[in-house]
Design a protein around this ligand. Structure first.
Ligand SMILES: *Cc1c(COP(=O)(O)O)cnc(C)c1O
Length: 438
């Protein structure tokens, strides 16, 4: 369910025509729908309403301050994986007592930020991290609430690059080492072991891996309690998949039922870290067709968005639905095309052999389901400016990140002394060739 629909032949985000935004902002741009974000948050939290649960939005899916604030105003906490995300969550108004700090490698500065802010919990991924956190907390006269992030060795059956819960990945403490890690935590002066955390991957479209992982966490919680540890919280991570083209992911209700069943009887507070499912289909990337050309038996639709704006197709072989912003006539014939960006990489392709209605240079296309892992993964490769982001609410819209000017994109760069012409000295010249010629 989302709020991007054709009205009078024009694709709208809520009550705003995307072509109007394109005119005002230029292309490409990301456009997010407030009503869609709100709806997904409400559906997700409602599924856990009968359990003691805290929903911590995973900022890495989309950390635009306005998006995070939209969720914070609904009561969402935050799951962050870097000091930068922690600061974004705080800046957007997420209360520290609802922030979980995950991540496979935290610097001491990042840990100190979390301690300073007095966040809800650190999800710790190794014994060395436990030691460092305790040392920092002790020095600051603070205590660090920790959950052990466990690697349950469960295959999420998703794309290899977003699988995080099998033994061979870098994530978490191997489940067999958990009792020893918990014992270590109990000896440390300034950490409080409060729970366990797990996150097995992203874009899961099947409940079975969740069920297996949550079951292992529940068993481990019982084992650790028997060892005398107070396991009060279970952080079940994120990962629930969404529909891009023809996937059939479980709905939040079914996902929540699996989670609640797996942990029933433990009396733990649940933490959930949804990212993609809250914001994925709340966003589109709007792009303009630059050229349509035939080559080697393919029709290439060259657009002004590229892999630097939306990396998912190049990185994860992702297929996003692509729709003309002007509604095609129902009888328009669809012919297979490759939609490609202008970046000098063959990987800069959004789709191959996709049947699309006829498009011409100047037309606008909407690349759907681009609200998660879109703008956050953008780069300025090929010296392309970062894509602006627009947030719609009803009939209003606001540019929530503007396109940087050229001067801004080079502002952090600096010429070293030896490349700067100094007065009274001739610019350096190459002498080798001259000598040879003399
Ligand atoms: C990425 C991530 C999430 C969010 O995953 P989604 O698939 O976007 O729901 C949650 N928790 C952790 C620890 C993560 O790394």
């Amino acid at each position: 369910m989302n709020h991007f629909d054709y009205r009078d032949g024009a694709l709208h985000a809520e009550d705003v025509a995307l072509k109007d935004i394109a005119e005002a902002v230029g292309t490409p741009f990301y456009c997010y729908s407030t009503a869609t974000i709100e709806r997904h948050y409400r559906v997700f939290t409602a599924a856990f309403a009968d359990a003691p649960a805290t929903v911590c939005y995973s900022l890495k899916a989309n950390s635009n301050l306005a998006v995070v604030r939209t969720l914070a105003e609904l009561g969402a906490g935050a799951d962050v994986v870097s000091g930068g995300e922690l600061r974004r969550a705080l800046a957007a108004g997420v209360p520290a007592e609802r922030i979980v700090f995950s991540g496979v490698g935290k610097t001491r500065d990042e840990m100190a930020l979390g301690l300073d802010a007095a966040i809800l919990q650190f999800n710790v991924e190794s014994v060395a991290e436990l030691d460092a956190l305790s040392e920092l907390a002790a020095a600051a006269g603070a205590r660090a609430p920790v959950a052990l992030r466990i690697n349950p060795d469960v295959d999420a059956r998703t794309h290899g690059k977003i699988t995080t819960g099998t033994r061979a990945t870098k994530f978490g403490i191997p489940i067999a080492q958990a009792p020893a890690a918990a014992a270590r935590a109990a000896t440390l002066p300034a950490v409080d072991l409060v729970g366990l955390a797990v996150h097995i991957g992203s874009q899961l479209t099947d409940l079975a891996p969740f069920e297996a992982a949550f079951g292992r966490m529940a068993d481990l919680a019982r084992t650790l309690r028997a060892d005398g540890h107070a396991i009060e919280r279970l952080d079940l991570g994120g990962g629930l998949g969404i529909r891009y083209t023809d996937e059939t992911p479980p709905d939040p209700e079914a996902y929540a039922a699996v989670a609640k069943r797996a942990v029933s009887g433990l009396g733990c507070r649940l933490l959930l870290e949804p990212g993609r499912v809250l914001v994925g289909n709340a966003g589109v990337l709007v792009t303009r067709v630059l050229d349509v050309k035939e080559a080697g038996g393919h029709t290439f639709v060259v657009v002004d968005a590229a892999m630097n704006d939306l990396l998912r197709p190049a990185l994860y072989d992702a297929q996003h639905a692509i729709e003309p912003v002007t509604e095609p006539l129902p009888e328009a014939a669809r012919a297979p095309v490759d939609v490609v960006g202008p970046v000098c990489e063959s990987a800069d392709s959004f789709t191959k052999n996709r049947p699309l209605p006829p498009v011409a240079a100047g037309d606008l296309l909407a690349i759907r389901t681009a609200g998660a892992y879109g703008a956050v993964m953008a780069s300025s490769y090929n010296a392309r400016p970062l894509t602006p982001e627009v947030l719609v609410k009803g009939s209003a819209y606001a540019v929530v990140r503007r396109r940087p000017s050229f001067d801004e994109t080079v502002a952090a760069e600096h010429m070293p002394d030896w490349l700067v012409e100094t007065p009274g000295r001739a610019p350096g010249r190459a002498t080798v060739g001259r000598r040879g010629a003399a």
